[in-house]
Design a binder for this molecule. Structure first.
Ligand code: ZN
Ligand code: ZN
Ligand code: ZN
Length: 436
């Protein structure tokens, strides 16, 4: 039989799929399996090792993950949300599943003109930037939509739980509509209704840990959905968000670009406060208050998926980190958008006076029907090496977008001084990738 040397990209795809199916295999066995499944290929073990290393598929010796974390998720995994109706937001896009590595994405269903608004979307949950959070706590921004409040307006309304309780909740809302909508997550995070949640909110604020705050909001929404009979609807959305557990990121030395991540000690402490807030308040008064909100029981499977340290809590943090929009919201449709360093859509917060947390998705240029809609996850003004490094650190692999491929081709080592990060971050940056 004649043998041939596979292209780098062919070899890489084959190895990634082998490792996904056989995560426990070492280099020699992976090499043997590769040759068995591609008998015409001539590939050395050394080349296999090099590619596995470059893809982050070889465990680094140092940190050993605790037992029980047997699954290997090399790339963020994402599920199609069953019966997901994109038309609730727009007829101009549809969901498409590409492959295991890339997962799902959105494609245009019709030709789109430059500057056209594709859709507007309110967040599934909101963990706003800390300055805005501080305003919410100080009653100067809406506790639901985060819009700065016009204090003189007769429409604004305080959290009604305060009046009925000895403890005070400082949250205020734009109007009755925002108050009504806040019933999806606020009661469990209300200082008056559930004081057991005060420590974790305080700690998320102190450590500026946005993903933790987002997870707290999300869990609150799920637990309340059970009470209101909306669990199925909300839970399938949460499960549809791309995920990559913190343990997995840790194992493969994934780091967020430039930011130190909270360490294991911080995760454990956060987990303890998280349990305290939603399931095991420390004293009888707080227990009674929590049980007044959570009247319906939680089934044990869901309890595990929310509260188990690895399968619930760490996984949840990873989900939040991967999907947060730059200003700290988790948006159902927006979270389907994949990355390109030359994105064709842009995310804006246009309704700043009426609904600050609402995003508007706009075409940056003409888009043809069938073309994938892409946002950028990293600052597009950065050098391609820096962009690739940040994306790789997040487990997205080496960015092979057209722009990166072209820039890599023209790149000469002798001009290797990387320009620094420009001061003005483009606002389409999906900065939520950082855990903090
Ligand atoms: Zn509002
Ligand atoms: Zn309240
Ligand atoms: Zn790229």
């Amino acid at each position: 039989m004649t043998t041939s040397t596979p292209l780098e990209v062919e070899l890489r795809d084959a190895l990634v799929s082998l490792k996904l199916q056989n995560p426990g295999l070492g280099i020699a066995k992976t090499h043997a399996l590769l040759l068995a499944s591609h008998p015409s290929w001539a590939v050395s073990e050394k080349r296999v090792r090099k590619i596995l290393q470059s893809q982050g598929l070889i465990l680094h010796e140092a940190p050993v993950a605790p037992s029980g974390s047997g699954t290997l998720t090399v790339y963020p995994s994402s599920r199609i949300i069953p019966n997901f109706d994109v038309n609730k937001w727009t007829p101009k896009a549809k969901v498409q599943y590409f492959n295991q590595k890339k997962g799902k994405g959105l494609v245009a269903t019709e030709d789109i003109a430059e500057g056209e608004i594709m859709w507007k979307e309110d967040p599934f949950i909101l963990a706003p930037e800390w300055e805005i959070f501080d305003m919410q706590v100080a009653s100067t921004a809406c506790g639901f939509c985060s819009t700065p409040l016009d204090i003189s307006s007769p429409l604004t309304i305080s959290c009604p739980a305060s009046a009925a309780s000895s403890s005070h909740c400082s949250i205020r809302f734009c109007n009755r509509l925002c108050l009504a909508r806040s019933s999806r997550h606020h009661p469990l995070l209300c200082h008056a209704a559930n004081p057991a949640s005060i420590p974790i909110l305080k700690w998320a604020r102190e450590t500026q840990w946005l993903a933790l705050h987002a997870l707290v909001q999300c869990t609150s929404r799920i637990l309340l959905a059970i009470q209101h009979g909306r669990l199925e609807e909300d839970w399938k959305i949460v499960r549809g968000f791309a995920e990559l557990g913190l343990e997995e990121r840790f194992k493969y030395s994934f780091k967020s670009g430039g930011h130190p991540e909270p360490d294991r000690a911080a995760w454990s402490k956060a987990h303890a406060l998280y349990l305290q807030a939603f399931s095991e308040p420390p004293n009888a008064v707080e227990k009674r208050k929590l049980s007044r909100i959570l009247k319906k029981p939680l089934d044990s499977k869901l309890a595990g998926e929310l509260f188990d340290y690895e399968a619930g809590f760490l996984k949840g943090l990873g989900r939040m980190s991967l999907n947060l929009e730059a200003h700290g919201g988790l948006y159902t449709l927006h979270s389907h958008l994949n990355h390109s360093c030359s994105p064709n859509v842009s995310v804006r917060h246009l309704d700043q006076r009426t609904a600050l947390s609402r995003i508007t998705i706009i075409a940056k240029g003409p888009i043809k029907a069938g073309e994938e809609l892409l946002v950028t996850y990293v600052n597009p003004e950065m050098h391609f090496k820096t962009r690739r490094r940040e994306l790789e650190a997040w487990g997205f692999g080496i960015c092979e977008c057209q722009r990166c491929v072209a820039e890599a081709k023209n790149y000469k080592e002798d001009e290797s001084v990387e320009p620094g990060i420009h001061a003005g971050l483009e606002s389409e940056l999906k900065a939520g990738l950082g855990v903090i």
